[in-house]
Design a protein around this ligand. Structure first.
Ligand code: CP
Length: 313
């Protein structure tokens, strides 16, 4: 199993996913033991132009747990020489001289692909605007596998900001590789899933249904994948944001209509779309999902870095 750059979810086939998930389970065991010292001479650069808690910290923790080292900048637009007018391409060329792989989050669709075009070092896309977030989708799929036991036959509701949500786009691409999957896209019309994803899923035999009423869908699904309406992506369309926020909230009343073996997921952060009282229910899987991000990202780092280094003694 070896990929160089990780830019989009479509790069992963089922065999690679199975190997990645097996490696992720091994990483859980490694973390329980405190970590390993496999990559003492490897450096990961984390270059983040957009805010992050889970993705940046879990990638950095993953590299540390594998015994590697990290150089990092958050808010790269302000804290790197981009603020002086340096291009993304020149920034990547320079980091190639300092680091063995580069994890990048950027506000523009296609930025990770642009970085990969000039980079010898592997580039990992940690989110490119409203484009994709492939490593989030991988940890989402791993969570479904761990929690439900299978992905074939899945019934999933993706809820909320589907037009601007990069996590749901990447997850939809991955689900297109499995059998007998049905996806309910639950959103108001201005946030509906884009046609490129709907066309891709139909071409890959995935049953899709667009809905605007979450209540209709709740009893039908194994997974509710809730998302935040992303205020920062509306720009000056404040009225549109106000129309959409708060439309779909998971509450204890929602749980009463949800199957006993179903789960609630969310890429997080949440800002009110899952009530805090839901957290106590064993079906609330979103904090376990975030924890899985560490294991899956460790497995991904191993995949791009290759076999662990050999040490003397
Ligand atoms: N899910 C996710 O990408 O979270 P962060 O924005 O905190 O990294």
């Amino acid at each position: 199993m070896k990929l160089h750059h990780i830019i989009e979810a479509q790069q992963f086939d089922r065999a690679t996913l199975a190997e990645l998930f097996e490696a992720s389970r091994q990483m859980e065991e490694i973390v329980r033991k405190g970590g390993v010292a496999d990559y003492p001479n490897r450096i990961m650069a984390a270059l983040f132009y957009e805010p992050s808690t889970r993705t940046r910290f879990s990638f950095e923790a993953a590299m540390h747990r594998l015994g590697g080292r990290v150089v990092t900048t958050e808010n790269a637009t302000e804290f790197s020489s981009v603020s002086k007018g340096e291009t993304l391409e020149d920034t990547i060329r320079i980091l190639n001289g300092y680091a063995d792989l580069i994890v990048i989050r950027h506000f523009e669709v296609g930025a990770a692909q642009r970085a990969a075009a000039v980079s010898r070092a592997p580039i990992i896309n940690a989110g490119d605007g409203v484009g994709q977030h492939p490593t989030q989708a991988l940890l989402d799929l791993y969570t479904i596998q761990q929690e439900i036991g299978t992905i074939d036959g899945l019934r999933i509701a993706m809820v909320g900001d589907l037009a601007q949500g990069r996590t749901v786009r990447s997850l939809a691409y991955l689900l297109g590789k499995f059998k007998d999957v049905k996806i309910y896209f639950v959103a108001p019309s201005i946030l509906r899933m884009k046609d490129d994803i709907l066309d891709y899923l139909r071409d890959h035999g995935v049953a899709c249904k667009e809905e605007d009423d979450l209540e209709k869908v709740i009893p039908e699904v194994n997974v509710v994948y809730q998302t935040r309406v992303q205020k920062e992506r509306f720009g000056d369309r404040i009225a549109d944001y106000e129309k959409c926020r708060g439309l779909y909230i998971i509450t204890p009343a929602t749980l009463r209509r949800l199957r006993r073996d179903a789960i609630i997921m969310h890429p997080l952060p949440r800002v009110g779309e899952i009530a805090m009282e839901v957290d106590q229910d064993p079906r609330a899987a979103y904090f376990r999902q975030a924890q899985n991000g560490l294991y899956v990202r460790m497995a991904l780092l191993r995949m791009v870095l290759g076999a662990p280094e050999r040490h003397e003694g």
